[in-house]
Every structure is written in C-alpha cells, then in structure tokens.
Design a protein. Sequence first.
Length: 401
Amino acid sequence: MDYVNGPGRNHLFVPGPVNIPDQVIRAMSRNNEDYRSPAIPALTKTLLEDVKQIFKTTSGTPFLFPTTGTGAWESALTNTLSPGDRIVSFLIGQFSLLWIDQQQRLNFNVDVVESEWGQGANLDTLASKLAEDRAHTIKAICIVHNETATGVTNNLATVRKILNQYNHPALLLVDGVSSICALDFRMDEWGVDVALTGSQKALSLPTGIGIVCASPKAIEASKSAKSVRVFFDWKDYLKFYKMGTYWPYTPSIQLLYGLRAALDLLFEEGLDNVIARHNRLATATRLAVDAWGLKNCTQKEEWHSDTVTAVVVPGYIDSSEIVRRAWKRYNLSLGLGLNKVAGKVFRIGHLGNLNELQLLGCLGGVEMVLKDVGYPVKLGSGVAAAAAYLQNTTPLIPSRI
Ligand SMILES: Cc1ncc(COP(=O)(O)O)c(C=O)c1O
C-alpha cells in the first residue's frame, strides 16, 4: 500500500527528511557498481573536496559515513574524547536532549546546561564555567546549532568568542544537522572542531550519509582519544584516503551519485543564495504565523530559525490533531511537537529544496487545518502576509538570469 499517494503532490514540510530534487532522484536511479573500480574513488575524491564548501572550511577533513545524524554524533564524540572526559553540553530541546543522552551513555562526564524549550543555549553559564576552569578540565563544548524541535538557532560566533576570551582549549563540537546548507555556517572562521550533518536535511538527499568534518585540532585529538570506536573510526578512513581507494567498507553507490548531484545543484544556485532563500522562506513563514495571531515557540528574535518554525497552538487545541488532519485531508506533512512540547506545537520545516510557491501551498493548507480544528483563523491572512513579503523580495532564479 502506498501511504503517500493521493492526487497531486504530497506537500512535505517536516523539518527533515525533505523534498528530493528530481535531478537527484534521477542521478540515484542506477545500478550498483564495483566500488573498487577506478570510477568510485574518482567520484569520492570530488565529493570530499567539494563537501568542504558546505562547511566553509579549507583546513577540515570530511568523512562520509553510511549513517544518520545520530551516527555522526557518535563519530564526533568517540574520535575526539576519552571515557570520563568532561563536556559542557546545552539542553534546549529534543535533539540536544538525545545527543546528551548519547554522551552520557558513552561514559562522558557531562555538565548539562539546560534552558527552557524555546530559548537558546545559555552562554552566560558557558562563560562562567570556562572562567572557573583554569585547570582546563573541560575537554569539549557540544552544541546543536539549530534545535529542530523548537526552531531555535544558537549563535556559534559568540560561542567561539567566549572560548577565545578565556583562552580555553576545549574542542567545539557542533551538530549542524538542521543548519548546514541552509543557515550561515563557518567552520574555519568560528573555530569549529567537529561539524556534522545528515544527508536528509538541507542537502535534500535520502537519509543515509552522515557527513562529519574534523579540524586539524580534532584530527590531532583523535590520535590520543581512548573511546572505543570501530565503524566510525577516522583512522580507518584516513588510511584509505592515503591509499586513494577511500572506503574501508562498502559505500552506497547510489547515494554518492546523489550527493554529487545535490552539491552541483547547491553550487549552481550559489551557497549564499541558498542561505538567503532559507531566510526569505522563514521570514515569510513567521509573518504568516503573526497574521494568524499565533506564537512562535522561539522566544526571542535572535534565536529564530530559518529552517524550521515551531508554532504554538492555544491550549484548547491538540497540535497533533493539526498534523494528523493536514496529512489526511490536504496531503500536507507537518512536523509533530516532540517530548515537552508534544501537543503544544506543530512544526513547519522550510529547509532544503523548496521554493516560494510551495511554501504558500503549505501556509494555505495550515490555515484550512487551523479552521478545521476550531481556531478562528481568517482564511488567506497568513498567505497574504507571506505573499506580500515574497513578492517584494524574491529574486530571479540564479540559473535563469
Ligand atoms: C538537530 C538534529 N540533530 C540530530 C538529529 C538526528 O539525526 P538522525 O535522525 O538522522 O539520526 C536530528 C534529526 O532530526 C536533528 O534534527
């Protein structure tokens, strides 16, 4: 049974997995190949070189693991740290919570810095912890750049500034799963030691590649880190990089060709244009939310996410019902509220391969569902606010100028 089918297209507005461009689907529609033939190493070489651009790094070393974001987390932690190492980690929503759970299960000693869901990481606490830590017992700072559960973006430039202010050598490990390729991300400039993402988010591929990028300092740390690792060991990859064969085990051939096509599309549009497009679609979404008289879960403008908006519903509405009805009635897929905000928010994912008119379709659908569940929305109000903004700001499509 095909659960996604209905007339027309499914409007996929969960914050990952996201819409896959037709060009990428076509690039992946191919047979298996011998990954030991010269073709796959040649392809991999271009991918490893080009993928650095999405992290804005020239000095980083990328790894393409056959995994998801969760595996990429594990790779970042186990390659750079030893059991018992002290970490400072920020809990601001479901994904930072899950990463912290992994850190604890891997036997690191985690200082959890918790904020109310809807707020960003508490960087004053970071500053006071670093100020007190003259003996440099803190080995790493772990932070989720964009908390997908609440639509909160943390300011990484400030994190780096605080680390520099205290001249603290802790590694900076960053989850960029719902930010990289969509939000401004500057690995080298912000001194990020390990950055990571998953293929099903802004790269607009199927799930299945966890991309991890390590700074020279992280690579150095990996030489003495004592955490047990096998599948995710950078050492094995580096050995195969040197040999020019690249893969210690079997990669997904189809995903590699898909990644090639996805990167080509991103570069054709221009990464800065891609980031500007995400800001445009996010701003339009926020204007619609205001026009509906609803609140953004994100409590301050400085934390507003350009990849996902979590919309708070009035207490008499169960947000899960909005998500259920949107899918059943309008073929619109919205994100559920997770954990602490379950039933209280629904999420509009506006990341990846997406354009202005697709977003207007989603906003129109949300309005109809809001009315369905008894919220007194004026049909067209959010769409009008978003369209007015988009009509003023949408540039010509870069490849058509
Ligand atoms: C910010 C963030 N980090 C990590 C993950 C986990 O990634 P995955 O589900 O690919 O393992 C997600 C998933 O949505 C995420 O949004």
